[in-house]
Design a protein around this ligand. Structure first.
Ligand SMILES: [Zn+2]
Ligand SMILES: [Zn+2]
Length: 346
């Protein structure tokens, strides 16, 4: 229980976390404030409420000294220590950090690094040039565009098709031992988890050959053909213009970002609000319409009926249904028919 395998060194880790015992992490991104604190539920009287993990996003190996217990959910002080503990021995030229709250965690990261034990710090200038921050692809949509696009793994040179979600696949395995390790004393829990991480890595290691032995050629051909067709359609001059824009953005993030959409069309809600305003103005002038339902509500109702019909049609063609599912489907069909009838009667 000394930090010789997958867990961080116990004593310095404990001392570091204790320094921030009463500090609250603040979040400025709208997407996930609930998520960040979700794990602090049911934590009364527990010595550890979970583990924080920093594996390799590319191979999904659990790294040496890349795991630490969490005392009160996933807090920055825990994750800082775990991250630097496992990254320091690696001496990498470029590090893409994929973390579902990277947009928040990276703010003041280097200030927080200086509060870690001295042997875990790297020069700030080096860190600034080496670290790139991304958000795992499945998690990215929970962030607003201003945040998810600059952190998109799809747009980072060198990342390839890494989705950054390997950590979740790790959890799918390791979570299964959560209930049994919950009741263990610290030493036994530590050994058990080390064993499981070791087993995970071994299975990963012996399985790595498979995807390398049989690369799916047909998929490669298909993608290349689609890409060539796209290139032809776009035309050389526009292609060069766009490439220049992408390259200058990759070097200097203050340049215009070719991947963001500056103009966004009006949404359905905007149109509804506009009509509602017009109807209110008309009512104030004493102009009322003859029906119970206003024209804008009528159109909205029609659109939502169309949507319901489309969804039902999709579900009906989708495979064999159990009798319970069939009952549900019939109920929804009846309710839809009633609504359509009402719509016609207006
Ligand atoms: Zn790796
Ligand atoms: Zn964000």
């Amino acid at each position: 229980y000394t930090g010789l395998a997958y867990f961080v060194a116990t004593k310095p880790y404990g001392a570091h976390v204790l320094k921030f015992a009463s500090q609250k992490d603040v979040s400025t991104c709208s997407g996930f404030s609930a998520l960040a604190h979700a794990e602090s539920k049911f934590s009364n009287r527990l010595r550890a409420t979970g583990v924080g993990l920093c594996p390799c996003a590319h191979h999904e190996f659990v790294h040496p000294k890349g795991v630490g217990y969490l005392q009160k959910g996933e807090r920055f002080c825990n994750m800082d220590f775990i991250f630097f503990s496992t990254i320091i021995p690696l001496l990498l030229l470029n590090v893409v950090i994929s973390y579902n709250i990277a947009c928040q965690w990276k703010i003041n990261l280097l200030d927080r690094m200086n509060k870690l034990p001295e042997n875990m710090c790297i020069p700030v200038a080096v860190a600034m040039s080496v670290f790139m921050f991304g958000i795992p692809k499945f998690h990215a949509s929970a962030h607003d565009d201003g945040c998810s696009i600059p952190h998109s793994l799809n747009l980072m040179p060198g990342v390839g098709q890494t989705d950054g979600e390997g950590i979740e696949r790790n959890w799918a395995e390791v979570n299964q031992v959560a209930n049994s390790t919950k009741e263990m004393g610290p030493g036994a829990r530590h050994d058990t988890l080390d064993d499981h991480f070791g087993h995970h890595n071994w299975r990963k290691f012996v399985g790595l050959g498979k995807p390398l032995v049989a690369p799916p050629h047909w998929e490669c051909d298909r993608q290349q053909a689609a890409f060539q067709e796209f290139n032809l359609a776009v035309g050389a001059s526009y292609q060069n213009q766009l490439t220049a824009m992408v390259e200058s953005w990759e070097v200097d993030k203050t340049q215009p970002n070719p991947f963001t959409n500056k103009e966004c069309g009006i949404s359905e809600a905007d149109v509804c609000a506009h009509f509602a305003e017009q109807e209110k103005a008309a009512a104030m002038d004493g102009r009322f319409h003859h029906h119970d339902i206003s024209p804008s509500v009528f159109i909205t109702l029609g659109l939502s009926l169309e949507d319901l019909q489309r969804r039902l049609r999709f579900e009906i063609t989708d495979g064999v249904l159990s009798s319970h599912q069939q009952t549900e489907l019939h109920k929804r069909q009846t309710s839809l028919l009633k609504q359509i009838h009402r719509f016609w009667s207006v």
